[in-house]
Design a protein around this ligand. Structure first.
Ligand SMILES: Cc1cc2nc3c(=O)[nH]c(=O)nc-3n(C[C@H](O)[C@H](O)[C@H](O)COP(=O)(O)OP(=O)(O)OC[C@H]3O[C@@H](n4cnc5c(N)ncnc54)[C@H](O)[C@@H]3O)c2cc1C
Length: 414
């Protein structure tokens, strides 16, 4: 008897969750075709490092500047990442700013400061790159491609479609390592008339998938408008003289200055990159203002309004200068090169997707990301754990026959 061909898996999203899932599948012995689809220019998602072709020395960790492991349960893949030199332990100088302008060293309430702290070595993007390297080239990686729609073929395979309706890929299993194709925000954000996965789910009659879609639809997220600035010379030295590298603002300070965090990132050539994260309230008020280098804006064919962008940059600069007045001259802020980075869905809010719904076996759909309930929810830790957990569940499902009628396809193994 001929052996059934191994199953194929298409993963949408090369953030931490998608990359961890892909690495774990390969390390767990998955032999089928594994492809990764990402609209950004490389892996990373919200842990990406922004670089510039014109200015090779410049880099901003413009999303997560670090990650922490708060749970006592060991984090799978971390030892491999440390051994490969992709990530390293990190003890940055941290501080908490109060509304009265007082600085505290201790910050027990910081959700990103609990437990052990790590960063990508040479930039946060190394976390995802390192995960993909653990799979030793066994992943088909596709960047700069937005998966716009989903369908099921007559043979029962999942189809990924681009903006023109062209088929990008077909696979037995579909993994959404981001909520975009399953969440109503895609209609608002992208101007789409239907939520892609919801449109297909109607014809699949899989109760688990319907429950998962209902749970996903109710997940809300906070946005962030981040000010990125690069200082040189005297201004760079002024930033480096600040008594912190990472600053968090407590709720009172956040309300007063409309900022939530600030990360000072020294560059190898003596310059200093700074990322100031707005408060959620500020970002919500300026949600329609994208940065002029925003990939979402270009995918939507929206030309950014330079005037509105300049006004947001100005407001954030004023906030940074006011909050840091005891340590920094205004010139260190206003004399620096400045740009805006807007994260529309920066941090998911609870309740997230119940972990039990992250694998819908009948329709052969999996979900992973920081939006799945579990240890590390809303952080890098949660994204990584959910990718690993889904990979383990998939390996288990591939080793046993499909329980229900499902899509008209069977007889594939892992
Ligand atoms: C400003 C900011 C600061 C943060 N600070 C910290 C911190 O200090 N510590 C911490 O632990 N966490 C922090 N976080 C949260 C952390 O970054 C996230 O929890 C984590 O990176 C989420 O990873 P993910 O893989 O779940 O999702 P993402 O990183 O969002 O990855 C999803 C990927 O899918 C891609 N994608 C989506 N739809 C499509 C499509 N249709 N076609 C193709 N590609 C698609 C997206 O481009 C994206 O790259 C921060 C987040 C932000 C925004």
């Amino acid at each position: 008897m001929l052996e059934a061909p191994p199953a194929s898996i298409a993963v949408i999203g090369a953030g931490v969750a998608g990359c961890a899932l892909a690495a774990r599948l390969r390390l767990g012995g998955f032999r089928g075709s594994l492809s990764l689809w990402e609209s950004g220019r490389g892996p990373g998602g919200r842990t990406a490092t922004r670089r510039s072709r014109q200015d090779p020395g410049l880099r901003f960790d413009h999303g997560a500047p670090l990650f922490n492991i708060a749970a006592a349960t060991p984090l799978p893949l971390l030892e491999d990442l440390l051994a490969a030199g992709a990530v390293e332990p990190w003890q940055p100088q941290r501080a908490l700013l109060t509304a009265q302008g007082t600085l505290h060293r201790e910050d027990p309430a910081d959700p990103f400061g609990q437990g052990e702290l790590f960063r990508g070595r040479g930039g946060m993007e190394q976390l995802c790159r390192g995960l993909l390297e653990l799979a030793e080239g066994g992943i088909g990686q596709h960047y700069g491609l937005m998966v716009r729609d989903l369908a099921v073929s007559d043979q029962g395979l999942w189809r990924l479609l681009d903006r023109q309706g062209e088929v990008l890929a077909e696979a037995d299993w579909l993994v959404l390592a981001s909520t975009l194709l399953a969440h109503p925000r895609s209609r608002l954000l992208m101007g789409w008339d239907t939520v892609p996965l919801k449109g297909v789910a109607r014809s699949l009659a899989d109760p688990d998938l319907d429950h998962a879609l209902a749970a996903l639809a109710s997940i809300r997220s906070e946005a962030r408008s981040n000010l990125l600035l690069v200082a040189e010379g005297e201004a760079a030295r002024a930033w480096l003289a600040c008594p912190f590298r990472l600053l968090r603002l407590d709720p009172g300070a956040e309300q007063r200055w409309r900022l939530s965090r600030l990360a000072i990132q020294p560059l190898d050539d003596g310059r200093v990159a700074v990322v100031a994260h707005s408060s959620a309230v500020f970002a919500a008020e300026h949600l329609s203002v994208y940065g002029s280098r925003s990939s979402i804006a270009s995918q939507l064919n929206q030309s950014p309004s330079l005037e509105r962008e300049a006004a947001v940059i100005e407001a954030l600069s004023e906030a940074v200068a006011a909050a840091l007045a005891p340590w920094l001259e205004r010139g260190a802020v206003f004399g620096a090169r400045r740009e805006l980075m807007r994260w529309g869905a920066a941090v998911p809010l609870r309740p997230g997707l119940p972990a039990a719904l992250s694998l819908c076996r009948q329709s052969r759909v999996g979900f992973c990301g920081d939006y799945v309930e579990g240890e590390g929810f809303g952080r890098v830790e949660g994204a990584l754990r959910s990718g690993v957990q889904l990979a383990d569940a998939l390996l288990g499902a591939l080793a046993t026959p499909n329980p229900g009628p499902g899509l008209p396809l069977s007889g594939r193994s892992g």
